[in-house]
Design a protein around this ligand. Structure first.
Ligand SMILES: N[C@@H](CCC(=O)N[C@@H](CS)C(=O)NCC(=O)O)C(=O)O
Length: 212
């Protein structure tokens, strides 16, 4: 049984990076064990035993196995010493959970799969971008950014004066989205969000999680 938490996944993954950011911001040493969910035969059977939906990350600490990134990052915050990554007061805590929900349900698919993957990843892999998919995603992307901006208010972090899990779930999404040229015009109406991204992108935890 490992004392040190273990994260099963791949460094390229948005969700794995959110979990790594939480561990890093808490100052928790962990092991990243590579899993190839896109292997020709599908996710390896030992990974499906950890995660029946075949996604990454999966997590383990002292024999306690967990999947779903929101559960993992909240567990990491609550089980380890270090700076609190969740507000105590009900209202800012609800805002943090609201942002994580927006990212999971709306922003991840739109900003990462519809825009970043189509515009940046697909051509790198020799596939033409699906222009219709990108075009259709732009209004949704604008809605996602406006919603996050409205919640952020004066900042400097997404849900107020302190860094929270909301920032750590959002940062990996923005790291990919902002690599697409579509990001700049979409972010233009949101200078507060741009400043937030500049601030988050410069954190040592982002450098520490930029590769395996
Ligand atoms: N709800 C899951 C989502 C995890 C997820 O979708 N991870 C992506 C990588 S960033 C994945 O495993 N994708 C594989 C697939 O879609 O088959 C969580 O919160 O952990």
């Amino acid at each position: 049984m490992s004392e040190q938490p273990v994260l099963y996944g791949a460094a390229y993954s948005v969700y794995v990076r959110a979990a790594r950011l939480a561990l890093t911001e808490k100052g928790v040493a962990y092991r990243l064990v590579p899993v190839d969910i896109f292997a020709p035969g599908g996710p390896p059977p030992e990974h499906l035993a950890r995660h029946p939906f075949g996604r990454i990350p999966a997590f383990e600490h002292r024999g306690f196995a967990l999947y779903e990134t929101g559960a993992i990052t909240r567990y990491v915050d609550e089980a380890f010493p270090g700076p609190a990554l969740q507000p105590q007061a009900p209202q800012p805590r609800a805002r943090m959970n609201q942002v994580i929900g927006i990212l999971d349900v709306y922003a991840y698919r739109t900003l990462v799969w519809d825009i970043y993957v189509e515009r940046v990843s697909a051509p790198k892999r020799g596939r033409a971008s699906d222009e219709a998919r990108i075009r259709d995603a732009l209004p949704w992307a604008a809605t996602c950014l406006a919603a996050l901006d409205a919640i952020m208010g004066p900042g400097p972090f997404l849900t107020g004066p302190e860094l929270t899990l909301a920032d750590l779930h959002a940062a990996p999404v923005f790291a990919l989205f902002t690599a697409a040229p579509e990001a700049e015009p979409l972010l233009l109406p949101h200078p507060g969000l741009q400043r937030w991204w500049g601030r988050i992108a410069a954190r040592p935890s982002m450098a520490a999680t930029s590769q395996a």
